[in-house]
Ligand binder design. Structure first.
Ligand code: APR
Ligand code: PHB
Length: 401
């Protein structure tokens, strides 16, 4: 079967779904092809912290209603070390900017619902998705759906298929530079049926390794402990997880409440950047182009920032034939991406125990933690990165003479 659209979007994660929604609001046709089932995509538990810029984008895209009703606004975080909680008042340090707790899973559900309600094409369980014709600027996406072979012609491909997708590997190796780092630890995450034991997120540094107390709602807690990335989840009974959380999050005058564990899993941690984020008519966005370790809560927010820039560029391309936005897309995104890469690496290495590190390294981490909680200059720097720098501050530098 042969079909045509303006933009073929590969992947129905937050990047692909939001790109489809933004294009729809500007009257641009798109087809979204997703390898997994709707149930799988809507059940996948990922991070859950939205920057103010992300919140505003989701509102403007017309999918902010449930987020505004159910999301929990946070104006700060705690860093826990030396058995005490140290508050970083982000709202005060950043002229009133805040973050919101609202799970990525919920963002995805809202975007899927908006697309299906509008009757727009979103195909789940697509098999053998492959790109062709990029060299001749006549992109063709082949895929199989419900047993039938399809060919989808388009002008632009949105490569939103995540780190393990097919879009980035389609780009010839000599047209792409990559940078990356794998960390000698992973996160074991649990979702627990218990009210959060804290009003704001707690990032804990301890002699037993990192721990994070986050939340999904007023009745559900999300907690993480640093583990070996090759560890098997079968080695971690619920009791063992709670015992580690109690020890790592321990601080004077504070108690951790336990609850039924509803979900648990281990994820490795890596940093990765591929550049440029464009190859001819294929535009990469989100995890397909870059990965950050989750300590800075930047992954989803970067994906949203990418597709916001990309949607503007595509609107200019289809409305007026101007390709300046598409030409500048990669540079505009990458300046912000590298800032988030640095911040995520900084938070990660400040808070985790590296098994190769020595006592000197641990004292450096403690010194840095004291500094970012006691110095207004250092805590402001942490805060403005955490809540998300405004787009203009992460734009490529102006030419200076
Ligand atoms: N064909 C079609 N879809 C595919 C293919 C393929 N060959 N390969 C992967 N996909 C789909 C995945 O099943 C997934 O639904 O692409 C989607 C990519 O979504 P995400 O991995 O969520 O990536 P992205 O939309 O860029 O969102 C970034 O997600 O991974 C987190 O931490 C990350 O929060 C960040 C956010
Ligand atoms: C989460 O709630 O899943 C979460 C929050 C903050 C992070 C990472 C993950 O830095």
């Amino acid at each position: 079967m042969s079909e045509r659209t303006q933009v073929a979007i590969i992947g129905a994660g937050p990047a692909g779904l939001l790109l489809g929604q933004l294009l729809h609001r500007h009257g641009i046709d798109a087809v979204i092809l997703e390898a997994r089932s709707r149930d799988y995509v809507e059940a996948r538990i990922r991070a859950g912290l939205l920057e103010q810029g992300t919140i505003e984008t989701l509102r403007e895209a017309g999918v902010g209603e449930r987020m505004d009703a159910e999301g929990i606004v946070h104006g700060g975080i705690y860093l826990c070390f030396d058995h005490a909680l140290h508050h970083i008042p982000m709202r005060e340090l950043t002229n009133g900017r805040t973050m919101m707790i609202y799970g990525q899973t919920e963002v995805v559900k809202d975007l899927v619902a908006a697309r299906l309600e509008a009757g727009l094409p979103l195909l789940f369980e697509c098999e053998d998705v492959a790109l062709d014709g990029l060299e001749h600027d006549e992109p063709l996406v082949r895929y199989r759906h419900e047993g039938a072979e399809h060919e989808l012609r388009c002008e632009i491909v949105g490569g939103c298929d995540g780190f393990h997708g097919i879009c980035r590997p389609t780009i010839p190796a000599d047209a792409l530079s990559v940078w990356g780092r794998e960390y000698p630890y992973g996160w074991l995450g649990i979702l627990a049926d218990v009210a959060p034991s804290t009003d704001e997120l707690i990032y804990a540094y301890s002699d037993r390794g990192f721990a994070l107390h986050s939340m999904r709602s007023h009745t559900r807690s999300r907690l993480y402990v640093q583990v070996d990335p090759d560890d098997d989840i079968a080695n971690w009974s619920d009791d063992r997880i709670w015992s580690e959380l109690h020890q790592r999050l321990a601080s004077d005058g504070w108690e951790l409440r336990e609850g039924e564990v509803l979900d648990k899993g281990i994820t490795p941690m890596r940093s990765f950047v591929a550049a440029p984020m464009r190859y001819r008519s294929l535009m990469l966005a989100g995890d397909a182009a870059h990965i950050v370790p989750p300590t800075g809560a930047k992954g989803l927010n970067l994906a949203v920032a990418d597709v916001t820039v990309l949607a503007d560029a595509l609107v200019a391309h289809f409305a007026s034939g101007s390709d300046t936005g598409l030409d500048e897309y990669s540079d505009r995104c990458l300046t912000r991406v590298w800032r988030a890469e640095h911040f995520s690496w900084f938070m990660t290495t400040m808070l985790h125990l590296d098994p190769q590190d020595d006592a000197f390294g641990r004292e450096l981490q403690r010194s840095q933690l004291r500094y970012v909680t006691r110095s207004t200059a250092a805590s402001t720097s942490l805060a403005e990165n955490y809540v998300g720098l405004p787009l203009e501050q992460t734009a490529p530098p102006a030419v200076t003479r």
